[in-house]
Write a protein that binds this ligand. Structure first.
Ligand code: AMP
Ligand code: MG
Length: 421
């Protein structure tokens, strides 16, 4: 599996066999089958979960014609009398949840509150601000329009409408929408279980003392953050040293217990090769070099039925490859309807150096300039180990493979972080 045709690069002979990002994304998409298992949960618990079945409206929302204003309900036929100001007799009052009982005859009206049912004989609401009241007589001033200020039955959702489609990841408005239908429980795709660990002999966990050349493992915390926002079940297997037995044990446990395994480190050329060796022994995993920066090396495949992503070790590469490759796969697994992330063009306020050949995800800061226009600047140094660039950035500046640099003042494409997990 996962063989690919190298794409010639116009720029750098050393990078001539890089795989375009889209090709890698397509390979991954082909190997992922959506989960079929679902569970029922209460409406509140369903926030952020993916609907497994359509939600069909069991009745009209709103159920009855009702007033959009505090005022008076009248029949528009009374408006046609051609009088400048129209006098009507008020014969009753309707509150939200407490309809007026009885008929409204020509020349009559009722006082009505927002949300109250409009009597069958009435079809128009007069705002109370346009009315003078004298005992039970009201006089209407100003120009009125027949049919105004009425919410029709079913104008939000009609009975039998698909209120929300399977694949929808539920947002706060959806919870309200489902509640408005009177539905208490919803069927959602079961939670994914994701196992992850870091590899590298130089890594230490928080709390350990660092010796020369050692660093703290930050990738597991970044991954924890990104995965937690996705509301998956986590299996954190810690830091696994570059040793055959430790790696074999961790991979086997992860493959038994999880739907997806994510590791960081050990997939680039020059690493102690135990990760590759173990993956060859336990599963079918391909090692790719992708035409992107950061994030060139990536391992992807399966161990038994579990998807495996071997992300690079560099902290920024971990995040970029997670968003580009892992996130879409997790969404596909849960059956989530995926929409392409929003991007837009803004002026770049600084010069960006770039060589053609790889698609770049520069970290950027979107800001409003002195003229009130949106602009972007880079976060500074763009090394794939500089994690604070992700911390201070609020967007990616997306730069095509073929681009050979951006001049100050040029338009660039950006993808805001809001909306990412
Ligand atoms: P590798 O892909 O294993 O060659 O790692 C590339 C770079 O990322 C090296 O400088 C590693 O020290 C660093 N690195 C790898 N794993 C982690 C981690 N879990 N946390 C922080 N840095 C890491
Ligand atoms: Mg390593």
């Amino acid at each position: 599996m996962a063989d690919f045709t190298p794409q010639p690069s116009c720029a750098d002979p050393l990078e001539a066999a890089l795989m375009p990002m889209q090709v890698a994304q397509d390979h991954i998409q082909q190997l992922v089958s959506p989960l079929t298992a679902s569970e029922t949960c209460s409406l509140r618990e369903a926030l952020g979960r993916v609907l497994h079945q359509d939600i069909i409206s069991p009745h009209n929302v709103p159920a009855h014609r009702n007033s959009a204003m505090d005022g008076y309900a009248i029949a528009s036929s009374d408006l046609n009398l051609g009088n400048d100001s129209l006098a009507l007799q008020q014969i009753g009052i309707a509150f939200a949840g407490k309809p007026h009982q009885g008929q409204v005859s020509p020349g009559q009206c009722i006082r009505i509150m927002t949300g109250a049912v409009v009597p069958a004989e009435c079809d128009t609401i007069i705002m109370q601000e346009h009315v003078a009241v004298d005992g039970d007589t009201i006089t209407i001033h100003g120009k009125q329009r027949a049919g105004q200020h009425i919410r029709q039955a079913g104008e939000d959702l009609a009975i039998g409408d698909t209120a929300l489609k399977a694949g929808r990841k539920l947002i706060p408005a959806d919870l309200g929408l489902i509640a408005s239908l009177g539905i208490a429980d919803v069927n959602v795709t079961r939670k994914l279980k994701v196992a992850f660990f870091s590899t590298g002999d130089e890594l230490r966990s928080i709390g350990d003392t660092l010796e020369a050349g050692q660093i703290y493992d930050s990738n597991r915390y970044t991954l924890y953050g990104m995965l937690t926002r996705l509301d998956v079940e986590l299996l954190d297997l810690g830091v696994i040293p570059d040793q055959r037995d430790a790696l074999r044990g961790a991979l086997k446990q992860a493959a038994t217990e999880a739907d997806v395994i994510i590791t960081t480190g050990g997939v680039s050329v020059g690493d102690a090769d135990y990760v590759k060796e173990m993956l060859a022994e336990l599963g079918q995993v391909a090692f790719w070099k992708i035409a992107m920066k950061p994030g060139r090396p990536l391992a992807f495949g399966k161990i038994d039925q579990t998807l495996f992503f071997g992300l690079p070790g560099n902290p920024v590469s971990v995040m970029v490859t997670f968003y580009q490759f892992v996130l879409p796969a997790l969404q596909q697994l849960t059956g989530e309807a995926i929409t392409a992330p929003h991007t837009f063009q803004v002026r770049c306020h600084n010069h960006i150096r770039k060589r053609p050949g790889r698609y770049e995800f520069q970290r950027g800061i979107l800001f409003t300039d002195d003229n009130g226009e949106l602009g972007v600047k880079t976060t500074g140094q763009q090394g794939s180990g500089i994690l604070h660039s992700m911390s201070i950035a609020n967007c990616f500046i997306l730069i095509d493979e073929t681009c050979d640099g951006i001049a100050e003042g040029e338009w660039v494409k950006v993808q805001p972080f809001s909306g990412l997990v």
